[in-house]
Design a protein around this ligand. Structure first.
Ligand code: AMP
Length: 566
């Protein structure tokens, strides 16, 4: 990559200015004015950084630095204790602000001669955007036992060379939570404005390439470069998502639709080129090694180069098992060999995005289905096409009788829209009153559960911000509480009294009886009788419920006059 010219300090100043802007239009204008001035190397990094990402969305690269490692690195740099740092975070309510304040204090101390350990500017190297990116990339490539020590020293080095303002945004960037309110939509519009191209073209390119950084580079080259989009093997795209719906309304609106079972398993995207195969999870992590038998089954089901979308389920004694149970048991390292014999993993493929060099996402579903059936000799999810409500209802009943989760109804003329939750895919399940929310805080338990978290603060998302909607403390078995604790214990950002503040990372599916308006939570809503259903470790923070859809659920339930809606 060419060496860029933007200083990291300039980037931090831009972040600071954007953080102070309330309106999206003004923000878009400001960003679009900067983009054309960046060179080839800096443009994609700037675009990713500003939207709180370090790597392209398709990349399975992970920075792998949680709050713990970050705090350890900082204790060395500023000669403070962990509790000094955590105390400051509690006071400021934000990691970035706390880091900035600590560095400022140290500088002041240094100037007045009170501290001798703080790195002086004499030894500092000025950080630039591309060197910060290269260091973060190096960190992400470190693996193995000694990696923590090396990571620590690279992070320390970065902070040693950072001014307080740079450190504020560096800390937030490392935790991949920049908190300046620049979402994908804002960046898409800014790119369109900066290079005078149609926002829908930018959106389409982003869906296929899955990296706003590269999209910006193409937009700069011009309309043709942006329109000439092909999905690439081993660059997974986001999964198309479903909305809740009802059979009668869907058929009334669309006529004949494609009906498939809704399998309760784990979503996958399978890429195959010749003998090379990789499988990605819903969060686009590479899970090839975790499910080798599934990869083998899919590989043997086609001789073509393909990208497939599907759901893998676990089957025991002919019935589907909740996939969560299986993953949990694998994690616990029970008798895996015996488990593999007892539990069969079965992939169901329901879509094809790429076939032998051809990108298919813009073809209608009915065409993609033909390609899929031709390319595969097995593993294809059965599909019924009908405009007859009773036929569709029969498929729904059949699905539930066989132990599956419900029904998917798909619009036959629809293209495949990565990452979009729209009306083209509808999910129909009994008792849909469950919701996916981010865990952003917890309280220590009581009595025999005092060493574990007992209650969890949950949040929905609203244009990049996480807003609390309630707490959940029931529905957990002892085993589940232990498991959740293990998943969260390294994500604690700060603690005060019984409460801990957590890095947003884990998603819970929670059942409820009703959504109520409430002044107690920032979202303005609260869940009535929330109960834990399961950890959704197949979902990331960007997949959680939005405030808009909570509002819709609330309105639907008021219209229907019964709790829970539907
Ligand atoms: P939900 O996770 O409740 O939002 O439901 C949507 C999910 O259902 C998808 O992300 C898939 O993981 C899963 N699913 C199961 N069967 C199908 C199917 N036939 N078509 C599409 N998605 C399916």
């Amino acid at each position: 990559m060419e060496r860029g010219i933007m200083k990291f300090l300039e980037f931090a100043r831009i972040c600071e200015q954007l953080e102070g802007i309330g309106g999206r239009l003004e923000m878009t204008g400001k960003i679009s004015a900067i983009l054309p001035s960046l060179d080839e190397g800096d443009l994609p990094i700037f675009v990713r950084f500003l939207t709180g990402r370090i790597f392209p969305d398709w990349s399975p690269n992970k920075i792998g630095i949680g709050p713990n490692l970050l705090f350890d690195a900082l204790t060395q740099v500023v000669d403070a204790t962990r509790s000094d740092i955590i105390g400051e975070i509690n006071r400021k309510g934000d990691v970035g602000l706390a880091v900035q304040a600590i560095l400022e204090n140290k500088r002041a101390g240094k100037r007045s001669g009170r501290s001798s350990t703080f790195q002086t500017s004499l030894f500092s190297q000025e950080l630039d955007l591309s060197s910060v990116y290269s260091d973060l990339e190096r960190i992400s490539r470190l693996e193995g036992r000694s990696s923590q020590v090396e990571k620590l020293s690279l992070v320390q080095n970065l902070f040693q060379n950072a001014s307080p303002l740079e450190a504020k945004y560096l800390a937030r960037l490392i935790l991949e939570d920049l908190r300046i309110g620049v979402g994908e939509g804002t960046m898409r519009d800014a790119i369109a404005q900066a290079f005078s191209v149609d926002p829908s073209l930018v959106e389409h390119a982003y869906q296929a390439i899955n990296d706003l950084g590269e999209v910006a580079l193409r937009a700069r080259k011009g309309r043709d470069s942006l329109a000439d989009i092909h999905i690439r093997l081993f660059h997974p795209v986001k999964m198309m998502l479903a909305q809740q719906g009802s059979i009668s309304q869907a058929i009334a609106e669309n006529g004949a639709m494609a009906a498939e079972y809704k399998y309760d398993g784990s979503r996958f995207q399978f890429h195959k080129q010749g003998n090379r195969c990789r499988m990605y999870s819903r969060k686009l992590e590479d899970v090839t090694e975790a499910l080798p038998e599934v990869v083998e089954t899919l590989k043997n089901a086609t001789s073509h180069d393909v990208i497939l979308d599907g759901e893998v389920i676990a089957i025991k004694d002919g019935r589907p098992l909740p996939f969560q149970t299986v993953l949990r048991r694998f994690r616990r390292k029970y008798d895996i060999a015996a488990m593999q014999k007892e539990i069969r993993m079965q992939p169901f493929v329901f879509d094809i995005l790429y076939l032998d060099g051809k990108t298919l996402i813009d073809d209608p579903l009915r065409e993609r289905r033909k390609y899929l059936e031709e390319a595969m000799s097995g593993c294809v999810a059965p599909q019924t096409v009908s405009s007859d409500i009773s036929v569709i209802e029969a498929v729904y009943r059949e699905s539930l009788d066989a132990g599956h989760e419900g029904l998917m109804l798909k619009v036959l003329s629809s293209s495949y829209t990565p990452g979009i939750r729209g009306k083209n895919w509808l999910k129909i399940k009994p008792g849909v009153d469950s919701i996916d929310l981010a865990v952003i805080g917890a309280e220590w338990g009581e009595g025999k559960r005092a060493h574990l978290f007992g209650s969890f603060l949950l949040a929905c998302q609203d244009r990049g911000e996480l807003l609390p909607v309630g707490k959940v403390a029931t529905g957990f078995t002892d085993e589940e509480l232990q498991e959740v604790y293990e998943l969260l214990k390294d994500r604690v950002i700060s603690e005060s009294g019984k409460e801990v503040h957590l890095e947003p990372f884990l998603v819970f599916e929670v059942g409820y009886s009703e959504i109520q308006k409430s002044p107690n939570y920032e979202s303005g809503f609260a869940l009535r009788f929330p109960r834990f259903i399961r950890v959704r470790d197949d979902k990331g923070i960007s997949d959680i419920e939005t405030l808009d859809s909570i509002r819709e659920r609330f309105q639907r339930q008021s219209v229907q006059g019964k709790p829970g809606g539907e």
